[in-house]
Design a protein around this ligand. Sequence first.
Ligand code: 0X9
Ligand code: CA
Ligand code: CA
Ligand code: ZN
Length: 450
Amino acid sequence: SIDKNPVLLVKISDNVYIDEDEPSLLLIGVPHAEEILGLEICIKIIRELVTNYGLDSLKTSYVNNNEIYLFPCLNPDGHSVVTSDICYIWRKNKRDNNKNGTFDYKCYTEGRGDGVDLNRNYNYLFDKAGSSEDTSEYYRGPYPFSEPETEAVRRICEIENFLIAIDYHSARTGFTEVIYYPWRYGSSLCPDFPFISEIADSFADKLPRDDSLSNYITMVTSRELGGFFRNWIYSEKGTFSFTVEVSDTTIPPVYKIKNITEKHAKAFYYLLERMHRKVLKVKVKDSITNIPLSAEVKITEIDTSLRVKHFTGEKDGEIYRILKEGEYSLFISKEGYLSKTLSFKIEKNKITEINVFLYPVIRDTYPEDVEIIENISKNSLRLIFWVRGKREKINLIIYDLSGKKILNYNTFKEPGFYRESFDISLPSGKYIGIITKGEKKLKKEFIIFK
Ligand code: 0X9
Ligand code: CA
Ligand code: CA
Ligand code: ZN
């Protein structure tokens, strides 16, 4: 952070150093400095899961079957303004907006000095976000992700495709004990509305208000709210995101905390369980190399809005989707690959898993239609080519840099698409391949790594 405090991110799972094929979820506490209850809830959840691991079978399975990420206190600098009694209604972080080298603040009047409202700093309709006035309580910052705290959130969301994300607030103004979720635009609703509202409603059912007279209420919010975490992660990743305004008091008396954190922990466990029922998991790989791919995955019946992106992860080729029972169809596409359409069924008590292998399209025009792909396995090379129109003679010669011929391969092929493998063991280094196909000759340099 600006004061050099760590913005701690906690991951709870089995095999925690490995990114496993498990649904993942993100919790954010204290994006606003004085809204302290998110930190209490995160600590409660961390403590319960860690101390009961291996003792309580339910909690053990929560840890083993999910990847749970938490930022217990996203805004440590601002939070210290509150906890050290400087100003117990501080909201923003401590960016030195006026660059005078000191932290300027006014605690009880408008125009509250330095700092950026972290929940206006995300890269979603940023020009409309909060205020551009740097003394405003809702100052959005100079540019999207200008703050180390929001940048930390962006980075983890780039690595992990979260199925659900929650940011915990506790409102000083506006509604209390509410679950906000995305989104409406005039009278139209986001494409995931039937699914995301089901989750919001069931989540609220598990959350009685502090006065116990009724439950938390749910509210679908505008698509036009700029700079918000919730709208950013939903549009960027399709993550089901909920903003929870905890408690009827921003900083309640200590005796109330136990009851608040207990019910929020319970409601959170409901979400973990829901991530394993009526859920789709898609994993996309290259059909030749078996390498996971980041591809666009559209559920034809649902994904009608261009504003919501659904891509499998760069690293693991995975995406999860929360749905309802029923039959759906999928459209999977990636530039350079043949698209695929398939249908699937979502069932009551399980994750429907689909593995998709995308076939690379070799470009139509010579010479790009011939490639040597190095190191398919440790000791083999692969040549990929089309034969078009009529039967052709194919010749592949491989030389090392001294000009020594290492392979000479001749064949006749009928029109079609071919992937030929050669088992040869070559030491690491640079090689030259000459491919002759009909009338045409292509020279290609390639490197073998071992
Ligand atoms: O303004 C915010 O960032 C949140 N409220 S808070 O009082 N905790 O600062 C969320 C506002 C939720 N969205 C709408 N009111 N539409
Ligand atoms: Ca794990
Ligand atoms: Ca200053
Ligand atoms: Zn807040």
